[in-house]
Design a protein around this ligand. Structure first.
Ligand code: PEP
Length: 261
């Protein structure tokens, strides 16, 4: 597959930031300043409470989508304080982040649970954006390939061909998230190529070539173009820089330039 024919995506993870008026202002500012271009999908992941309002705004465009940052494994029931994929689907969202490092680290989410979450996401006709990545010590001890390979295979090995057609994966080295320290384009490309190799071993070359692999970890307007120009990097999952319309728009512009040239 020509790498340019893979879906290109820029996604913004707003984490636990913004009030409702701020979230509405941010999405409107981004959408109004971004010319419609379906060659690059733009996804925003606001806090749960703002999903209906943000989905309403992104729903007006063919190139913008909204996603949730997490979901529960069950569709309904006595799980006080939790939010189901069924509820997320009902307010117009399209994507769900699964396995973000902050969920793994602070909420001890493991592969078993993440696999159930991905099942819940697909069951409700949503699309999972599955995050993998090693912590600093694992890289220092040269275990990063094994760690990422396991996070991947434990969760995606039993997915069906139809599910794999939709799946999106983000490689986010934990030591680069919110730290200002970014993986070099070489480090990102090396891991993305490895992820594609693991997918090919599990599900074949054609599936591996089809799945968009995003890079995440202190991606900003200054380093996005170089990271996105790596052959196995199909876009980015952006944290801090997605909270400022100008920065997010500039990151979108840098991938648009690559796609349209
Ligand atoms: C993230 O949380 O997914 C992320 C990539 O954050 P940041 O861009 O702030 O490192």
């Amino acid at each position: 597959m020509n790498t340019m024919s893979r879906k290109k995506i820029v996604a913004g993870n707003w984490k636990m930031n913004k009030t409702l008026p701020e979230a509405q202002q941010l999405i409107n500012e981004i959408i109004n300043s971004c010319v419609e271009d379906t060659a690059v999908q733009k996804i925003v992941f606001p806090p749960f409470l703002f999903l209906p309002a943000v989905s309403l705004a992104t729903g007006q465009r063919n190139d913008f989508f909204t996603g949730a940052q997490n979901c529960h494994t069950h569709d309904a029931g006595a799980y006080t304080g939790e939010v189901s994929a069924q509820a997320i689907a009902s307010v117009g969202a399209t994507y769900v982040l699964v396995g973000h490092s902050e969920r793994r680290q602070y909420f001890k989410e493991d592969s078993h649970q993440l696999k159930s979450k991905i099942e819940a996401v697909f069951r409700n006709k949503l699309v999972p954006l599955y995050c993998v990545g090693e912590v600093l010590n694992e890289r220092k001890e040269n275990r990063h390939f094994d760690v990422v390979g396991n996070q991947l295979s434990e969760v995606i090995k039993e997915l069906s061909a139809v599910q794999l057609q939709q799946l999106v994966i983000a490689y986010e080295p934990v030591w680069a998230i919110g730290t200002g320290e970014t993986a070099t384009p070489q480090q990102a490309e090396e891991m993305h190529a490895y992820i594609r190799k693991i997918i090919a071993q599990l599900h074949g070359e054609a599936v591996a070539e089809h799945i968009p692999l995003l890079y995440g970890g202190s991606c900003n307007p200054g380093n996005a173009a170089e990271l996105f120009s790596c052959p196995n990097v199909d876009g980015g999952l952006i944290g801090g820089a997605s909270l400022k319309a100008a920065d997010f728009l500039s990151i979108i512009a840098s991938i648009k330039l690559l796609v349209n040239n």
